[in-house]
Design a protein around this ligand. Structure first.
Ligand SMILES: *Cc1c(COP(=O)(O)O)cnc(C)c1O
Length: 385
């Protein structure tokens, strides 16, 4: 019987031969596992190498992404670091230009410290081939991108990768395997910041990697077991628990995001809205930079905080938060301005979310915009750390 993804998610961990019949996955808080004799193990040896709770999670994500093997990492960044461990000094990687700020930071860091080379691609189909060099080894894609929500045609990217014998690595954090399955479209490695939608409750830091074939699985396993950035059993359990409701949550995130998108598109204080039509993330440009701080302060439901994908709605200011490590000039060159706000639409009632945005805009309109028009040039941001 091939189970649908919704069923796989809910049933995660319930089909194992748990000796005491526990329906919910037990948390195996044991670092070592007893050896029966020299060389005789009961499946487990030492917690870094393998743990039964982690196995449940890793099997689950591998099945959902239709990959060969899953790897649970201590964060999304350690998942990216694990993928980067497939390369060596002198290798060249092409990455999407619009990118999570932390990914940009680790790329720049690896380039300065370990001589991995990076080129940034503007996602224009016509320009990728000219970025390929003799030493190019991989294409790293975030789709949709964070925070400008540009989608990349993964089949096209997979064709380019195949033509030049490159690995295709995809950060699937925003869409999750419910919306997009990169391995089915030709990717070799999938990455998740599971801190976001997969965990879904803003209570756990975690990353996942899925390999597309056995050879990559062995290399990733060796690397992770050697470097040690695995996810602890309790965090694996929290993630499993969160993932069980992923399908329901994603439906609501998307439904709400569509309503927030319609509202923002029609609002006079909004210049531009970025929403790919699926998923729960919406970015928009407010009409004037000086409105950013007052607008954030007037919101009552949306929390001004730096993450996404949880049940609670969050709003982020990429320029000083998630993308502060990308130089302003670089950011602005591709459209990430100081007027951009990013919303992670939660699963509250959509009407309440729209009402909150509306009352914040109304207050900004009457209290800030009108008086400051008299003062002139009152642009300031109070949030810069
Ligand atoms: C948050 C995020 C990461 C980093 O994940 P952490 O779990 O915070 O380490 C990587 N990629 C994307 C797209 C993200 O949103």
């Amino acid at each position: 019987m091939t189970l649908k993804r919704e069923t796989l998610l809910v049933q995660t961990g319930n089909d194992r031969e748990e000796p005491r019949g526990a329906v919910n996955t037990p948390i195996y808080l044991s670092a070592p596992f007893r050896h029966g004799d020299i060389g005789l193990l009961n499946g487990y040896d030492y917690i870094r190498t393998g743990n039964p709770t982690r196995d449940v999670l890793e099997d689950s994500i591998a099945k959902l992404e239709k990959g060969d093997r899953g790897f649970a990492c201590s964060s999304g960044m350690s998942a990216i670091q694990l993928a980067l461990s497939l390369f060596k000094s002198g290798d060249h990687i092409i990455a999407t230009r619009d990118l999570y700020g932390g990914s940009y930071r680790i790329f720049e860091w690896f380039s300065a410290k370990y001589h991995l080379e990076f080129s940034y691609w503007n996602q224009d189909k016509g320009s990728i081939n000219e970025l390929v060099q003799k030493n190019t080894k991989a294409i790293f894609i975030e789709t949709p991108t964070n925070p400008l929500m540009t989608e990349t045609d993964l089949r096209f990217a997979a064709d380019v990768a195949a033509k030049h014998q490159l690995l295709l690595i995809v950060d699937n954090t925003f869409y999750t395997p419910l919306i997009q399955r990169p391995i089915e479209l030709g990717a070799d490695v999938v990455i998740h910041s599971a801190t976001k939608y997969l965990g879904g409750h803003n209570d756990v830091l975690a990353g996942l990697v899925v390999s597309g074939d056995h050879e990559l699985s062995s290399r990733l396993f060796e690397s992770q077991n050697t470097s040690g950035a695995v996810l602890a059993p309790f965090d694996c359990w929290l993630l499993i628990r969160g993932m069980k409701t992923l399908a329901l949550r994603m439906k609501q995130h998307e439904e709400n995001a569509k309503k927030v998108h319609s509202f923002l598109t029609a609002h006079p204080l909004v210049d531009k809205v970025y929403f790919p039509g699926q998923g729960g993330m919406v970015s928009f440009e407010i009409s004037n930079e000086s409105l950013v701080s007052p607008f954030l302060k007037k919101l009552k439901l949306f929390t001004f905080a730096e993450s996404l994908g949880g049940v609670e709605s969050l709003i982020t200011y990429p320029a000083t938060q998630t993308h502060a490590d990308i130089p302003q000039k670089t950011r602005e060159s591709y459209g990430l301005s100081n007027r951009l706000l990013r919303i992670s639409v939660g699963i509250e009632h959509a009407d309440d979310l729209v009402d909150d945005l509306k009352q914040a805009f109304d207050q900004v309109q009457s209290e800030v915009l009108v008086p400051s028009e008299d003062k002139k040039g009152g642009s300031h941001i109070e949030f810069i750390r």
